[in-house]
Design a protein around this ligand. Structure first.
Ligand code: HEM
Length: 239
């Protein structure tokens, strides 16, 4: 059978920019996170740890800003930027899944149903990473948005907050410090578990894209670079 293909513009330049900034930020954050996580084993000094955490947090701000823009874009954007077309919560999703099982070579203009589930899992893990990271940036190195608040909460003399530094006990009330560490605990636990989740989800996402490319033959990989997919003229699904 001679199937005719047409070139269809799917991923906007904003969406593609988000995707590649996200890939870059997460790669840097994962590598730095892994080193921080194994700092003791690797023999990293206290100053080294502070430096690693500072670079991790500054990169984290870029990651968080990019993610926030993407979240807003999902509500106010166009076409496949919108959450309604990207997440698995729209009406009829169960039927989409059944169709997907029955027609393994069906070409999708946007994400196939498994792709939508993956977007939801990635979005959840990344949001947990962003929120927990922004809180522990305040408790660990007293960086914004909550650094000033936590520094004040542990200060013996609240007029000398500037002398409160990471890993230093100067002007720090021990009891208040322990209370702050208690607040920190669930956030660092969430940060580590979301990190494990991403370590699992990222390779699965890449494998899913490779399988999707082979099944659907829509030029899925290059579509995230140039925005265009190739869809069969008749069999095409607009989901
Ligand atoms: C995909 C995004 C991210 C990943 C994969 C990631 C991963 C990690 C990992 C594995 C650790 C080591 C945890 C430990 O030592 O117990 C860590 C620590 C840390 N992260 Fe992230 N992170 C991400 C985003 C962020 C963001 C957005 C911020 C804040 C802006 C942030 C702030 C921190 C801080 C302050 C620490 C030090 C905590 C400690 O004392 O260990 N992270 N991160």
């Amino acid at each position: 059978m001679n199937i005719q293909f047409q070139q269809v513009y799917v991923w906007s330049k904003y969406l593609r920019l988000f995707h590649w900034i996200n890939v870059l930020a997460i790669t840097i954050l994962l590598v730095l996170g892994l080193i921080i996580f194994n700092a003791k084993t690797l023999g990293v000094s206290v100053d080294g740890k502070i430096l690693l955490k500072t670079i991790h947090v500054i990169t984290g701000y870029g990651f968080a800003a990019n993610l926030l823009v993407r979240i807003v874009m999902g509500f106010f954007g166009q076409g496949y930027e919108r959450w309604g077309k990207t997440l698995p919560f729209a009406k009829g999703f169960t039927k989409e899944l059944t169709d997907f099982k029955q027609q393994p070579h069906k070409a999708y203009k946007g994400h196939n149903p498994l792709g939508k589930l993956m977007v939801a899992a990635l979005l959840l893990s990344m949001s947990v990473q962003m929120i927990s990271g922004l809180v522990i940036a305040g408790t660990d190195i007293y960086y914004p948005p909550l650094g000033q608040y936590f520094a004040k909460s542990i200060a013996i003399d609240s007029s000398k907050i500037a002398v409160i530094k990471p890993y230093s006990k100067e002007n720090v009330d021990e009891q208040a410090y322990q209370a702050m560490r208690k607040i920190r605990k669930p956030f660092i636990t969430a940060h580590v578990y979301a990190f494990y989740a991403l370590l699992l989800l990222i390779p699965l996402h890449i494998i899913g894209v490779i399988i999707g490319e082979r099944r659907e033959k829509t030029a899925l990989v290059s579509s995230m670079i140039n925005g265009y997919k190739y869809l069969p003229k008749k069999e095409r699904s607009d989901e």
